[in-house]
Design a protein around this ligand. Structure first.
Ligand SMILES: [Zn+2]
Ligand SMILES: [Zn+2]
Length: 247
């Protein structure tokens, strides 16, 4: 099943592990696999115009390219924009089982796209740009802010580790919507049926942090309270309605 750009599947083997008390438990996250496909990464990079795709000997080859439409921006603003885009994408997919592989390809293309954008802007080469802005293993642009202070802008270097333990967020600001997706949540998602209006088709999951936040004022709140679930599987229309009522 597809869910928010993830391919969700269920792992067939039921590996167990011992917990702190020495009891055998099914691995906490062993059943549900979230996978981000190459197509998702490809689409994103193409939409940013950060890469070219060519076919060589029947094989698809990705190569980074400079984003010409950014070269009139200030260097620090170009870095800020890349950082925001990289963080946004990584935040979204950081809980995927293949998050680090995804980060490697996405991050690598973005890094070289940034270097090539700088090279275009400054009429220079990637090598010269790298040497010019390198500080230790970081890429740093120094600039003067509006108050006249010298500030460093550092290109994203926080890595792409898979996040398995998430903080909490109030509502479904993706992807923090699920800590560890449970089997029952996946089963409800793959049923492809809106739990509010009953319509069959594409569904999304609406989440709240705590049930105690719900006042039972609306139909969906009452439904969640009755089900005693922090997630509700809904169709797009119902989800829009929920967020309209929520704001
Ligand atoms: Zn619905
Ligand atoms: Zn929602």
């Amino acid at each position: 099943a597809k869910f928010l750009g993830y391919e969700i599947s269920v792992r067939k083997d039921y590996t167990t592990q011992k917990n702190a008390r020495g009891e055998t438990r099914r691995h906490r996250n062993g059943n549900v696999i979230l996978h981000v496909s190459r197509e998702v990464i490809k689409k994103k990079l193409l939409s940013l115009e950060a890469m070219n795709v060519k076919t060589r000997n029947g094989k698809e080859v990705w190569s980074s390219k400079g984003r010409t439409y950014l070269i009139d921006n200030e260097p620090q603003d170009i870095v800020a924009r890349f950082n925001t885009e990289i963080r946004g994408f990584y935040n979204y997919y950081s809980i995927a089982n293949n998050a680090s592989a995804l980060g490697r390809s996405f991050g690598c293309i973005m890094r070289f796209s940034m270097l090539k954008t700088f090279a275009q802007k400054l009429n220079s080469s990637v090598r010269t740009i790298t040497n010019k802005y390198r500080e230790d293993d970081k890429f740093v642009v120094w600039y003067t802010d509006k108050k006249g202070e010298r500030k460093p802008r550092v290109f994203y270097n926080e890595g792409f580790k898979r996040i398995t333990d998430l903080g909490t967020q109030k509502c479904d600001n993706l992807p923090y919507l699920f800590n560890t997706p449970s089997m029952s949540l996946v089963e409800r998602l793959t049923a492809n049926k809106c739990e509010l209006c009953g319509k069959e088709g594409n569904v999304v999951s609406h989440h709240v942090r705590k049930l105690s936040e719900l006042r039972g004022k609306t139909g969906w709140e009452r439904k969640m309270l009755k089900m005693h679930r922090k997630s509700l599987i809904v169709c797009a229309e119902c989800h829009n309605m929920i967020h309209a009522e929520n704001s």
